[in-house]
Design a protein around this ligand. Structure first.
Ligand SMILES: Cc1cc2nc3c(=O)[nH]c(=O)nc-3n(C[C@H](O)[C@H](O)[C@H](O)COP(=O)(O)O)c2cc1C
Ligand SMILES: Nc1ncnc2c1ncn2[C@@H]1O[C@H](COP(=O)(O)OP(=O)(O)O)[C@@H](O)[C@H]1O
Length: 332
């Protein structure tokens, strides 16, 4: 059995970067947000296309000697305007801010989307948010950027508005891989197919979700594989199956053997999200847990006996440990 190497660096999920400023307000902004370069967008998942845009944002921020600011909206405007069309998000706001901060962004304004904001025309949005609230000196966007009521504002309009206020606008060409644009919907599609390894190639970090550890059927420890069952997951969940990943607990980072779906061996149909953390002992009940997906291992299926299931679980753990080891080595 390979040795389990536990990461010793501060936990990204529970550690707040002191250099990052994150606010959720529709009111006046702290000084750290003013007079910088600004990128407006949803930044869901924070993929490599976003990273390219942020790179340019940092360059502009240095040039204007101001902060590198991302303005994002929580909830996404579509969730208010057309909830039936809103896809499940890939990231929650704090995680998005952490990922952006890892890329060098210094201030994230997570705007609590409301009717008043959605009513602003493109010109009003620019005047009130970009000029008055942020006192921006530059903007960085992709060519498909739309803004203002009914998404009527486009990059051509923004160009004119920026020029009228003496702001420099950078339009960054979107990143493409394998002939396709890197986008949050492409990442979402891959995760929906269970291809978390391919999703990872497009993201700046492996796909991660969070939840709270709740009680299950109390069967796991009896069969030698206790599993932390997660409730309250608020982002996209990969499909039924077994996955290799990492668990971020308040106690540290662990390998994770993840099962999503039912427990057919025990005739249980309830949809569960559970993770066995090889090498961990103690209680996780009631605690927050973040789970990162590295690879899909196999389909969840019924086994003829508990002995056959546990034999398979032992093999799964070996696969998980190998994946975790490889990953830790690549990260080092
Ligand atoms: C990595 C992993 C893979 C699993 N695969 C299967 C499976 O293929 N079929 C199945 O019936 N249960 C599977 N299970 C679920 C176990 O049956 C389950 O963990 C056990 O019933 C404990 O449930 P409890 O947490 O509610 O006590 C898997 C669990 C883990 C951790
Ligand atoms: N290595 C481990 N991996 C996951 N959970 C563990 C581990 N060791 C102890 N636990 C604790 O045991 C609980 C899981 O035990 P289990 O018998 O499966 O109960 P339940 O059905 O309530 O999930 C977890 O919620 C956690 O608090």
């Amino acid at each position: 059995m390979p040795a389990i190497r536990l990461a010793t660096q501060p936990l990204a999920c529970f550690h707040k970067d002191p250099a990052l400023h994150l606010v959720r307000t529709s009111g006046p902004l702290p000084a750290e947000f003013l007079g910088g370069a600004v990128a407006v967008g949803n930044f869901d998942g924070v993929h490599r296309g976003h990273a390219r845009l942020v790179e340019r944002l940092l360059t502009r921020a240095r040039e204007v000697s101001g902060p590198a600011v991302v303005l994002t909206f929580d909830p996404h405007p579509v969730r208010i305007l057309r909830p039936e069309l809103a896809p499940p998000p890939l990231t929650w706001s704090e995680r998005k801010a952490e990922l952006l901060s890892e890329l060098g962004v210094t201030a994230v304004w997570s705007y609590p989307t409301d009717e008043a904001l959605l009513r602003l025309t493109a010109e009003e949005f620019f005047q009130q948010i970009i000029v008055q609230s942020l006192r921006a000196k530059g903007m960085v966007e992709g060519p498909n950027f739309r803004f203002g009521q009914q998404r009527r504002g486009d990059v051509a309009l923004l160009q004119g508005l920026c020029a009228s206020q003496g702001l420099k606008l950078d339009v960054v060409e979107p990143l493409a891989t394998a002939g396709d644009l890197v986008s949050s919907s492409r990442v979402r599609d891959l995760i929906r197919q269970g291809d978390v390894a391919a999703a990872r190639q497009l993201l700046t970090r492996p796909y991660r979700l969070r939840g709270l550890v709740t009680h299950g059927a109390q069967r796991g420890s009896k069969i030698g594989f206790p599993t932390a069952n997660l409730a309250g997951i608020d982002t996209l969940v990969p499909p039924i199956g077994v996955y290799a990943g990492r668990a971020f607990t308040p106690q540290g980072i662990w390998p994770a053997a993840i099962n999503i779906g039912p427990n057919p061996t025990f005739g249980e149909d309830a949809f569960k999200f559970e993770a066995h953390l090889p090498g961990f002992s103690g209680s996780l009940y009631g605690q927050p847990l973040e789970i990162e997906f590295l690879a899909r291992v196999r389909d969840t299926r019924p086994f003829a006996s508990v002995a056959e299931l546990t034999q398979q679980l032992a093999a799964d753990v070996q696969t998980v440990l190998k994946t975790y080891e490889q990953d830790t080595a690549e990260d080092a």
